[in-house]
Ligand binder design. Structure first.
Ligand SMILES: [Fe+2]
Ligand SMILES: [Fe+2]
Length: 276
């Protein structure tokens, strides 16, 4: 059986940041490429409420365990966005509502239709819960890898502490999604086939379509091109491979190659993230 909501809610809650020295970023600022990744992560964390808006239109709203999870998950991701926004503000970069309003305007056509799309697909595809839970697990695993890699690249004590706290919550999210996905995929070949189809044809690193495509590509290529980054991607692939019926998809590795090609085509090169 998967992780129960009682287990899930026992830890977590609002991310603690009141004891962190954000002023340290004024004395010892982060590299612009690191800030670009943090901007992308800020946007995605804050986007969770709009994912929640879509997910509540799927038939899963009937399950109180699911709505409880969505509530807590959305709350925790909100505070991740808040914390990353504070880091951006310390560098006099736009953050919080300024970025979010711009993003929602930029993407308003998709955001107008996305609830209808989710309603339609989730009512037409009986196995949609397996797709969603697997998708969620992969996105939490990749988010965790990205934060982990960002601590290495930035090598900044305050950022490291903040990201470690965020990563502890992302691991809990991943654990919940993955155990639900395992339950839904196990002994259900149809769920495995449908999930595998959606992942092969529709999956892209989180944020694709929510923020300009080049920002997703930049963060992916910048963070994961090094040997250490590629090793983290391999670990995510191993976790996906271990889900029932989903071996050998190579999703993140191919997304990394696509992201690298996109950044090179648009910006000429993938900047070196300075560490192995
Ligand atoms: Fe998060
Ligand atoms: Fe998360």
């Amino acid at each position: 059986m998967g992780v129960s909501i009682e287990q899930f809610q026992e830890h977590g809650g609002r991310l603690r940041t009141d004891d962190l020295d954000f002023e340290a970023f004024r004395r010892d600022p982060l590299h612009p490429d690191v800030l670009r990744c943090l901007g992308y992560m800020h946007d995605i964390e804050y986007q969770t409420v709009l994912y929640t808006r879509e997910l509540l239109l799927t038939p899963a709203w009937k399950d109180p365990q699911f709505t409880a999870f969505l509530t807590l998950w959305n709350y925790e991701e909100y505070w991740h966005g808040q914390a990353l926004g504070t880091v951006l503000r310390m560098h006099n970069r736009p953050a919080h509502d300024t970025r979010l309003s711009a993003m929602r305007t930029w993407n308003k056509r998709y955001l107008f239709w996305s609830p209808a799309i989710y309603w339609g697909i989730s009512h037409a595809v009986r196995q949609f819960p397996a797709v969603h839970m697997t998708w969620g697990a992969i996105n939490e695993w990749t988010a965790n890898a990205a934060y982990n890699r960002l601590t290495e690249v930035a090598n900044h004590p305050v950022l490291t502490e903040l990201l470690h706290r965020i990563m502890r919550q992302e691991s809990r999210h991943a654990g919940y999604y993955a155990s639900a996905a395992r339950d839904l995929l196990a002994h259900n070949q149809r769920a495995q086939r449908v999930t595998s189809w959606f992942l092969r044809h529709q999956w892209a690193p989180v944020g694709n379509g929510d923020v300009p495509h080049i920002e997703t590509s930049f963060a992916t290529a910048y963070l994961f091109s090094s040997p250490s980054g590629r090793a983290m991607v391999d670990r995510v692939e191993e976790r996906i491979d271990a889900l029932p019926g989903l071996a050998g998809l190579n999703l993140v590795r191919s997304a990394l190659e696509g992201a690298r090609a996109h950044v090179v085509a648009q910006e000429g090169f993938v900047p070196d993230a300075c560490t192995p």
